[in-house]
Design a protein around this ligand. Structure first.
Ligand SMILES: O=C(O)CCC(=O)C(=O)O
Length: 291
C-alpha cells in the first residue's frame, strides 16, 4: 500500500460513530494530492459528449419540473448544471485506478469491520456554481442489487464543500430504521416506476419539527464522508456563484454482501449473469482489499 496516498486509517471512535450514526466524517485520511490528481478525469467526464457515462441531471430536473414536480433551491432554475454518472471505472483508466485503490479499500474495510472489500460502483457528481437542483432524500441500498449490512458509500470532494455549495446531509441513525425506501431519480422525490417499498418521508419537514437529526460536515480535499447504504441522505443545490462542487462517490461492499435483486431498480449488464445469493467476487465487483 502506498503511504503517500493513505494518511491514516479510521480510529476506533470513528468506526463506532459510523455504526452508531450511519455516517462518519474522516478528516485528512487521503493525501489531497492523490484526490486532486483526479481533476483531469472529472473534467473529461464533465465535457464528454452525450451517450457516455454522464447524465445531465439538470436537464432531467427540467423535464420533471415540466411534469409538475421539481426540487430547486431558491425555487428557480440556476445557470449551472448538476452532472453525474456511474461506472466510469469501466471506461476510464484513471477512474479505475482511483476506485480500485487498496488505500481507500483499507479505510472502508476498517469501517465495515470486513475482511474483504468489493467495489460496487463509482460515481462522479458535479454541481457547477449556481445549480439549483437539490439531490433528493434517498437511501443508496434501494439502487444496489445487494443484500447485506456491510455496504457503504464514500463521498470524496475535489473542492471545499459546505452548505452553500451543496455538501450532503444525513439523517442520523436512519440506517437502523426498519423501512426499505423506493429509489427516486435523484432530482425528484417521486419514486421510480415499478420499484417496491415505502416512499421516503418528508425529511425536511421532520427536521424542522426536530423529529429527526441531520448531520452535515464541511469538507475539503483529503476529507471524506462514509455513509451506510441504508442511511437517508440528500444534498442542496450549489448556491455559490463562483465555487464548484465536484465529488467522487465510491460504493463498496463487505463480507456479508451478496447479490439480491430489487424490482424496478436499474440493473447493470452483468446482472443478467448472476443470481440472488451469489458472491460479488469477480471482475464486475473487483475485490480492492483483502485481509
Ligand atoms: O453528490 C450528491 O449530490 C449526492 C451524492 C449521493 O447521494 C451519493 O453519493 O450517495
Amino acid at each position: 500500500m502506498n503511504n503517500e496516498i493513505l494518511l491514516r486509517l479510521p480510529t476506533e471512535a470513528e468506526i463506532a460513530a459510523f455504526w452508531q450514526d450511519g455516517v462518519v466524517c474522516l478528516r485528512q485520511v487521503l493525501n489531497p494530492v492523490f484526490v486532486l490528481a483526479m481533476e483531469p478525469a472529472v473534467e473529461r467526464l464533465v465535457n464528454e459528449p452525450t451517450g457516455g457515462t454522464m447524465y445531465n441531471m439538470s436537464a432531467m430536473g427540467a423535464e420533471i419540473a415540466a411534469g409538475g414536480e421539481a426540487i430547486l433551491d431558491g425555487g428557480r432554475k440556476g445557470r449551472g448544471r448538476f452532472i453525474s454518472g456511474t461506472d466510469h471505472w469501466r471506461v476510464d483508466s484513471d477512474c479505475r485506478e482511483f476506485a480500485l485503490s487498496p488505500e481507500i479499500g483499507a479505510i472502508v474495510a476498517h469501517l465495515l469491520r470486513s475482511k474483504k472489500v468489493n467495489m460496487w460502483e463509482d460515481s462522479v457528481l458535479v454541481k457547477e456554481p449556481d445549480t439549483a437542483e437539490r439531490t433528493a432524500w434517498h437511501q443508496d441500498i434501494s439502487y444496489f442489487h445487494v443484500a447485506g449490512d456491510q455496504v457503504c458509500t464514500t463521498w470524496i470532494p475535489l473542492d471545499f464543500a459546505d452548505a452553500e455549495t451543496g455538501v450532503m446531509s444525513f439523517v442520523r441513525g436512519s440506517h437502523r430504521w426498519d423501512a426499505q425506501y423506493r429509489p427516486n431519480w435523484f432530482v425528484s422525490n417521486s419514486p421510480m416506476e415499478g420499484t417496491v417499498g415505502a416512499v421516503v418521508p418528508d425529511i425536511d419537514s421532520m427536521a424542522s419539527k426536530n423529529e429527526v437529526e441531520l448531520l452535515q460536515f464541511d469538507l475539503g480535499p483529503g476529507d471524506l464522508t462514509v455513509h451506510h447504504a441504508r442511511t437517508l441522505h440528500a444534498a442542496g443545490g450549489n448556491m455559490s456563484q463562483t465555487r464548484r462542487r465536484r465529488a467522487i462517490s465510491l460504493r463498496y461492499c463487505g463480507d456479508d454482501a451478496v447479490y439480491y435483486f430489487r424490482p424496478g431498480a436499474p440493473r447493470k449488464p452483468h446482472h443478467e449473469f448472476v443470481a440472488a445469493g451469489d458472491s460479488l467476487d469477480g471482475p464486475d465487483c473487483p475485490v480492492v482489499w483483502r485481509e
